[in-house]
Design a protein around this ligand. Structure first.
Ligand SMILES: C[S@@+](CC[C@H](N)C(=O)[O-])C[C@H]1O[C@@H](n2cnc3c(N)ncnc32)[C@H](O)[C@@H]1O
Length: 309
């Protein structure tokens, strides 16, 4: 079962206590969603989305006790404003995004997210969607693979690892997580500290397969369009690439003022305007990190939509 990270901090940030309509764009195991509904009581509604059909099934069952107050749909959070409108929602009081993969996904070897359990090299969150990690590993040329590992994994040995993969796949296509992890471990020169050398390579492939940064940028824009003035957006990121997209995409909506040569000033920044509630990302306390290792890398940012004036 997935253990939600920075749970009360995220719900506090969303000001769930005031009630209204909330959207959870990453339902996962339903941990944040259930706690949000609990806090809402009979003062509001939740629409929960996930790209992963299996997650949707699990969360539907988990949220069933809330009846019509909770609705769970399969969908990409990049389209959350369209999906919300299809559900009859024009505006929401809060949007939550808890990025990355859930423990349910990582722990299922057949999903191919983990190098700890051998399984098919898949990594698609939405299994109806086309390209798998095996497609990328076996079809991209060496330069494109190296570029991917460098860009999305920040892997310093990107070229060396790409070369080793291309040599290995010439013998037979690489179709399992175990075989890829072995190739990377041999090319990467063993463990660096506590981190397995395949960690960054698997992260890069997962992000590419699911177009995670592109969806994140679109999802943040969609969330800001959906928020009612005073509404809140809370985003949990788990590595610097994600956090940078959150900071920059939302940051472009924070108004700045430019003095005009002829006097006066004009406002710069995208519509709708927002303000940061968190000046710096919130991190999990030591106790939470000890209980849930995933919390160690979590960064929570919260922004509020402000009325245009
Ligand atoms: C970290 S888990 C969420 C866990 C959840 N907050 C909980 O408490 O159980 C992230 C989930 O987001 C989903 N996801 C990732 N990208 C998505 C996207 N673009 N649209 C919808 N769901 C997405 C994944 O399938 C995964 O189930």
């Amino acid at each position: 079962m997935h253990c939600p990270v920075l749970l009360s901090e995220a719900l506090d940030g969303l000001q769930v206590g005031r009630g209204g309509r909330y959207l959870d764009g990453t339902a996962g195991g339903g941990g944040h969603a259930a706690a949000l509904l609990q806090r809402l009581g009979d003062r509001g509604w939740l629409l929960a989305l996930d790209r992963d059909a299996e997650a949707v099934g699990r969360v539907r069952a988990r949220l069933a006790p809330w009846g019509a107050a909770a609705r769970v749909e399969q969908g990409n959070f990049a389209d959350m404003d369209v999906i919300a409108r299809q559900c009859g929602w024009e505006r929401v009081e809060g949007v939550l995004l808890d990025l990355g993969m859930s423990s349910d996904q990582v722990d299922a070897p057949e999903r191919g997210f983990s190098f700890m359990n051998d399984g098919p090299l898949d990594m698609r969150m939405d299994r109806a969607q086309g390209r798998t990690a095996a497609d990328l590993v076996n079809r991209l040329d060496e330069t494109a693979l190296a570029d991917l590992f460098w860009r999305l994994g920040e892997e310093r040995g990107a070229r060396r690892i790409a070369r080793a993969i291309v040599a290995e796949r010439a013998r037979a296509p690489i179709t399992t997580t175990g075989r890829l992890a072995d190739v990377v471990a041999r090319a990467g020169g063993g463990r660096r500290g506590r981190i397995h050398p395949a960690t960054k390579i698997f992260q890069a492939l997962r992000m590419a397969v699911n177009a995670e940064l592109e969806n994140l940028e679109k999802g943040l824009e969609a969330a800001l369009r959906l928020l009612t003035p005073g509404g809140r957006l809370a985003v949990l990121a788990f590595h610097s690439l994600e956090d940078r997209v959150v900071k920059q995409t939302v940051g472009r909506h924070v108004p700045r003022w430019e003095s005009l040569p002829a006097g006066g000033r004009r406002r710069l920044g995208l519509e709708p305007p927002v303000r940061w509630i968190t000046r710096r990302p919130l991190r999990a306390a030591d106790e939470e990190c000890a209980a849930n290792p995933r919390a160690r890398s979590a960064r929570l940012r919260v922004a509020e939509s402000v009325s245009a004036s």
